[in-house]
Design a protein around this ligand. Structure first.
Ligand SMILES: *Cc1c(COP(=O)(O)O)cnc(C)c1O
Length: 439
């Protein structure tokens, strides 16, 4: 049998990293109650790991696929095969997976701008979309928005209890409605994250009203949190970022679209040029990290999910409001902890930063970030700049002073980061003491 480190040895290594005995023990106590949850997360990862390997094998991924192209990028075997892998993995007809897609917002903008035409209407039946999409759509005035091209936008909010407003949605669909955007993750809002099952119900309802609708899902932060993806329940397009879940922490940049052939072709012609479409776009040196990142993505996502569940339970028992709560099922990797004070939010983010393998020695400062009406603090000591599948946290300095926490390439690192945040909160008096009853 492999010998475990002795308890004293563990405590000592944590102590050498600034974690006190009581914080360590509180963490262990909390973990004991989460065994069942973690087992379920591991089973999802196991299922998804096989799904990924199966798709790679069926697409005959070979060593030659790891070589990139330069210049125009004609006949890029690795790029084209990777797109086949994504399509197969998502049970879809086609995919566009490119380093030239600069981020998630770009991928979403591409999907919208290429599949909508002047005079069309875009509908969000799940309330306000992610912040950066406001400028893409033209909800906030901006250069080059859909609005400038004569594409209108309609929104139906979720009901108070988080359910769909079926009547409102029925009334909003009209002869101009062409594309429906459905955001899977709550992002930085307080509404519930949508499970793939709920997305499926919504799509069935929408297509029942108007069969020709293009249903697009913003899949950011949701990939591999369940065993099915939205394309398996009727989504015509699924869109996301490679520096979140599906890049597995290795992809240095990029975005993806996967879905119906014609929708993906439209996006390709917009990304490159009409007439060229998917045929051009050199993959340069990105392919090994795209393939290997996708291979690791199921377990990396599981690590991030465990971190989110652990943080929720650790802080909830100390009396903080956490969204989602400690026992909620998870469909994305984001965890919010409300501190109620700026000191709490700042201490939390400092702790996360001090746990980072890169820039772990710096102290994050609140700053006036463009586009925000209050200061924002961010903790990110990442190998890939801005990567939020790596352990990271941020939050605006305004009530309720919520820290949004996500990522962790390994569960062990996520755990350390969360313990470090709690330690910082104790050291700063944000958490006066861990009650004996919890130890
Ligand atoms: C991150 C995110 C985006 C935008 O992605 P960026 O890569 O930051 O541009 C869009 N929607 C959701 C739900 C996200 O989480």
């Amino acid at each position: 049998m492999t010998k475990k480190p002795a308890e004293g040895e563990m405590e000592a290594v944590y102590a050498s990293m600034g974690i006190s005995r009581e914080v360590y023990q509180y963490g262990e106590k909390t973990l004991q109650e989460l065994k069942g949850r973690f087992e379920a997360i591991d089973r999802i990862a196991e299922y998804n790991q096989l799904k990924v390997v199966k798709a790679m094998q069926e697409c005959r991924v070979s060593e030659a696929c790891l070589l990139g192209t330069t210049g125009y990028g004609y006949n890029d075997l690795g790029r084209d095969t990777l797109e086949d892998v994504y399509a197969r993995l998502f049970c879809a007809q086609a995919a566009l997976v490119r380093p030239q897609i600069t981020c998630g917002t770009h991928a979403l903008a591409l999907a919208l701008m290429s599949n909508l035409r002047p005079g069309d209407e875009l509908l969000s039946p799940v309330g306000k979309p992610y912040d950066t999409l406001e400028e893409v759509i033209g909800i906030r005035e901006s250069r080059g928005s859909l609005k400038e091209y004569g594409i209108r936008y309609r929104q139906v909010d979720l009901k108070e209890d988080g359910s769909f407003d079926w009547e409102g949605i029925r009334a909003a669909v009209n002869e101009k409605t062409r594309l429906v955007t459905i955001q899977r993750s709550k992002g930085y809002q307080t509404r519930p994250t949508l499970s793939v099952e709920r997305i499926g119900e919504l799509i069935s309802f929408l297509k029942g009203i108007k069969p020709g609708l293009i249903c697009m899902v913003d899949n950011c932060y949701g990939e591999f949190t369940q065993t099915v993806e939205p394309t398996q329940v009727g989504a015509d397009l699924c869109v996301g970022s490679l520096i979140k879940n599906p890049g597995g922490g290795l992809a240095p940049t990029g975005g993806y679209l996967v879905g119906r052939q014609d929708c993906v072709e439209n996006a390709a012609c917009r990304l490159t040029s009409p007439g060229l479409g998917r045929e051009v776009g050199a993959s340069l040196n990105a392919l090994p990290s795209f393939y290997q990142g996708l291979f690791l993505a199921p377990t990396v996502t599981a690590s991030a999910l465990k971190g989110a569940v652990f943080a929720a339970n650790l802080y909830e028992k100390l009396g903080f409001r956490v969204v989602p709560n400690g026992s909620c099922e998870r469909y994305d990797i984001i965890q919010a902890v409300e501190f109620g004070t700026p000191e709490g939010l700042i201490a939390f983010c400092e702790g996360i930063q001090y746990a980072a393998p890169v820039d772990g020695f710096v102290t994050p400062q609140p700053w006036d970030m463009p586009g925000y009406d209050s200061q924002v603090i961010m903790a990110a000591g990442a190998f890939v700049s801005g990567s939020s599948i790596e352990l990271s946290a941020d939050g605006p300095l305004r009530p309720p002073y919520a820290a949004y926490f996500q990522g962790g390439l390994t569960w062990q690192h996520a755990k350390f980061g969360i313990l470090k945040s709690l330690q910082r909160c104790l050291d700063k008096g944000v958490v006066p003491v861990i009650p004996r009853s919890l130890l």
